[in-house]
Design a protein around this ligand. Structure first.
Ligand code: HEC
Length: 147
């Protein structure tokens, strides 16, 4: 995603939060991919690992496609279950269908913080043998938003 788009997206979610704070909306808000990005940006900055250019779809793509060592031998890559082309549905190792990871194909993705965190935790440990950093999570979502 282009930096400008990200800035607009972040500004948009800030406005949304502003609206809630000033009481203009009382409806419970579902999360959004932009809010996840904001959260990971804050975490990455706090950890001192946020690069100057911000999140990168390129790095997210590389993380997604790479064969990693250190995780379980049966799941060397995110694409063991998700598809190399993220607009295509994937499959779990038991054959259950997984909806495409690309936001354009599955618009409700990356919106439920608990779900996002649960699966990053689980899948990063299976594939990388460790948790993903906030930078990796932000890069990954940035890539999927661009797809
Ligand atoms: C063993 C199979 C498997 C592997 C390998 C795998 N995933 Fe997943 N992933 C799933 C399943 C199953 C779900 C939950 C079903 C769904 O969201 O459609 C999921 C969901 C997710 C979600 C939640 C998306 C949302 O809708 O909020 C994220 C984020 C995610 N995976 C990231 C990754 C990353 C990053 C990797 C590689 C480091 C990876 N996954 C590797 C099976 C896998």
């Amino acid at each position: 995603m282009k930096k400008a788009t990200l800035a607009i997206a972040l500004a948009g979610s800030a406005m949304l939060l502003g609206g809630v704070a000033s009481g203009t909306s009382t409806a419970a808000l579902a999360g959004s991919p932009q809010e996840m990005l904001k959260r990971y940006a804050e975490e990455a900055k706090a950890a001192g690992i946020m690069p100057e250019g911000g999140f990168s779809a390129e790095r997210g793509k590389a993380l997604y496609l790479a064969d990693h060592k250190g995780g379980k031998p049966a799941t060397p890559s995110c694409t063991t279950c998700h598809m190399k082309d993220p607009t295509q549905p994937g499959r779990t190792r038991t054959g259950k269908l997984i909806k495409p990871m690309a936001l354009s194909k599955t618009p409700d993705r990356y919106s439920d913080p608990e779900k996002v965190e649960k699966w990053f935790f689980r899948n990063c440990r299976s594939v990388l043998g460790r948790e993903c950093t906030p930078l990796e999570k932000g890069d990954f979502i940035t890539f999927m938003i661009s797809q």
